[in-house]
Design a protein around this ligand. Structure first.
Ligand SMILES: [Zn+2]
Ligand SMILES: [Zn+2]
Length: 296
């Protein structure tokens, strides 16, 4: 029987701080928890990254739980052990690509073991399945959500994810630099070139590729960690600027670009200053912890 209830798709900001968590009075408005976002449909809870923001997860009801990891830099996986503990005996699928010669399982094992953590992933009662992601532009399904993965331009490698459902597209573009990286910072995959010329363009013309990947998406989270002045001093660290977020919104026709991965030294006052530079029509906004965006 066809349901006449309108399906709903939302994106919740659980944590939008980059690099390291911060706390204190100067960070109350935008929040201090690191990268974690919740894409939720009627049946699916798809968590993007497991930074400390994952501790802010709301009740997921009986939804199917999946975790997409862009890469294993510490700000994107710090919250994993506490999350796994909180999930009890639930079934969880963890998706991630191989980079630096390590599978997603191997990368997470590196963090969750002595001497960095007292226990390994195996001690948790949750039923965890690891699933390999290939960043070749091909897609896989999580329930009724189609997921497409391509490489992000970031030292050590990272993944850009597109989630498509009910005719809507959502793109997660964190830890992304808009200019080509020097050879010694390029992800290894660029040298191995197993994925063909089209995919290698994501390293040489990253901004152009992201604009086409995010074309006409309803919502896109974008790494706007730096001001243009800061970027000049932090080239090849793997992040972008709020000015590029505006460019993405204009050139890709994205409904709303949300700036994420705020630098740990950017106070509420500083981020409010950046907000003043954004278009007044609401097409580019700053992410704040606990923001909820309606995709459908
Ligand atoms: Zn990061
Ligand atoms: Zn990173």
């Amino acid at each position: 029987m066809q349901s006449d209830i309108q399906k709903k798709i939302t994106l919740t900001v659980l944590g939008c701080r980059g690099s390291l968590p911060v706390s204190g009075k100067a960070f109350q408005k935008y929040g201090g928890a690191t990268s974690s976002y919740l894409y939720m449909t009627d049946t699916q809870a798809i968590i993007l990254d497991a930074g400390t923001g994952i501790l802010n997860l709301p009740d997921l009801g009986d939804r199917n739980v999946s975790l997409l990891i862009t890469h294993s830099h510490i700000d994107h996986i710090l919250g994993l052990p506490v999350f796994l503990g909180a999930m009890g005996t639930k079934e969880i699928s963890i998706y991630g690509a191989t980079n630096c010669g390590m599978s997603i399982r191997q990368k997470l094992d590196t963090y969750m073991r002595k001497p960095l953590w007292p226990v390994g992933i195996d001690v948790f009662p949750a039923k965890i399945t690891f699933r390999e992601v290939t960043e070749d532009g091909s897609s896989f399904d999580i329930g009724d959500v189609r997921v497409t993965a391509v490489p992000a331009n970031h030292p050590g490698g990272s993944t850009l994810f597109k989630l498509s459902c009910e005719g809507t597209d959502f793109v997660y573009a964190t830890d992304f630099e808009h200019e080509e990286l020097p050879d010694d910072r390029k992800p290894e995959m660029a040298e191995d070139a197993p994925l063909g010329k089209e995919i290698l363009r994501y390293y040489t013309e990253p901004m152009e590729c992201l604009i086409s990947f995010a074309k006409d998406a309803e919502l896109c989270l974008f790494d706007g960690q730096y001001t243009p002045g800061e970027y000049e001093k932090c080239r090849s660290f793997g992040h972008s600027t709020y000015v590029k977020a505006i460019e993405l919104g204009q050139k890709a026709g994205v409904g709303k670009v949300v700036i994420v991965h705020h630098a740990p030294n950017h106070t509420d006052e500083f981020l409010d200053g950046i907000k003043e530079q954004l278009p007044s029509d609401g097409t580019v906004v700053m992410a704040k912890e606990s923001d909820v965006f309606e995709i459908l």
